[in-house]
Design a protein around this ligand. Structure first.
Ligand code: A3P
Length: 312
């Protein structure tokens, strides 16, 4: 009899692979690239995850504001226990389906089936793969995206915080090539974003699409809109202000748990690597004019060409 570890091994062998960075490969499934260790977990999410109608799923491409949105949605949904963010990293309060929840091939998912609680999970899986599951159970999805140049620069910094990068950091020119070719964990970035963008236009009552830049300009208005979308509006403006403040980069990054150089059990980066600059436009400090032109041309083609006037 074939056990599940053997199946995982066979799955890895059968998928196309590309070099991503250093000794690290990515594997391609249905047109998207994944870190090999998350392939079996993602397959489990697709096969086994049954959302409940009351579930909230935060979806994103990596490095687009997931940590920030996790803290905001957690606080909106769990108003009375929002101070948990002082002692816990947002990624531990809002687990990621393919990382922590379905993280161990051999064991049961770490998931609650308590119908009274409102479950909040996150995912980096693209709509093209997970959409069928999300649509069939009618749960609420909030998708965040970020302009491609800041996303790329943020990922480059983040990857260089990996344990593996200590001896051989990832050169920026390689990161640019990989991003533009789409060979990036979760990538191609443009397909990931457009999958959720189109779905949000078709099903606005189920999918809320927001950009990091919009949230940065007016977090208060958007926090109110999230709460209305999730069916739990605020009575008082002060509550909204309090949440925005406690989830701000300044406050969140000042908590000991988020300043820690310790590594979580679920990913090979220190807790503090989820908080770097938290600004819009930092790519200008790293990318040359010709790279900016190259990425803008891609953005015009992939986003503007599809009617989504964003990202430049
Ligand atoms: P930078 O690397 O540009 O600073 P993700 O959470 O999807 O991994 O994205 C990480 C990016 O979001 C990092 O961007 C990080 O600094 C930024 N970030 C984390 N918490 C934030 C917050 N509360 N407000 C704004 N940006 C935040």
């Amino acid at each position: 009899m074939v056990n599940s570890l053997e199946l995982v091994h066979e799955l890895h062998l059968s998928l196309p692979k590309e070099k991503w960075w250093g000794e690290n490969n990515v594997c391609q499934m249905n047109g998207f690239w994944f870190l090999p260790k998350f392939v079996p977990n993602t397959v489990r999410v697709l096969n086994e995850f049954n959302p409940l109608p009351n579930d909230v799923i935060l979806a994103s491409f990596p490095k687009t504001g997931t940590t920030w949105l996790k803290s905001l949605l957690f606080s909106i949904i769990n108003r009375s226990s929002k101070e948990l963010l002082v002692k816990h990293n947002p990624h531990e309060l809002v687990p990621t389906l393919e990382v922590q929840v379905f993280g161990k091939t051999e064991s049961s998912p770490i998931i609650t089936d308590d119908l009274d609680s409102r479950r909040l999970y996150s995912t980096h899986s693209p709509y093209q793969l997970l959409g069928k599951t999300l649509d069939s159970f009618n749960c609420r999805v909030v998708y965040i995206t970020r302009n491609p140049k800041d996303t790329l620069v943020s990922m480059w910094h983040f990857t260089n915080k990996w344990k593996d990068a200590e001896d051989a950091p990832w050169p920026l020119d390689e990161a640019i090539e990989k991003f533009c070719s789409g060979i990036f964990p979760g990538g191609p970035y443009y397909d990931h974003v457009m999958g959720f963008k189109k779905a949000s236009l078709e099903k606005p009552e189920n999918i809320f699409f927001i950009t990091y830049e919009e949230l940065m300009i007016d977090a208060k208005t958007h926090v109110k809109r999230f709460a209305e979308f999730l069916g739990c509006p605020f009575d008082k403006d002060e509550e909204v202000e309090e949440i925005v403040k406690s989830c701000s980069f300044e406050i969140l990054s000042s908590h000991e748990v988020n300043k820690s150089g310790d590594f979580p059990s679920w990913f090979p980066v220190p807790y503090n690597s989820f908080f770097r600059q938290g600004v819009v436009g930092d790519h200008k400090n790293y990318l040359e004019a010709k790279t900016i032109e190259r990425i803008d041309a891609l953005t015009r083609d992939m986003f503007h060409g599809a009617g989504f006037m964003y990202g430049i």
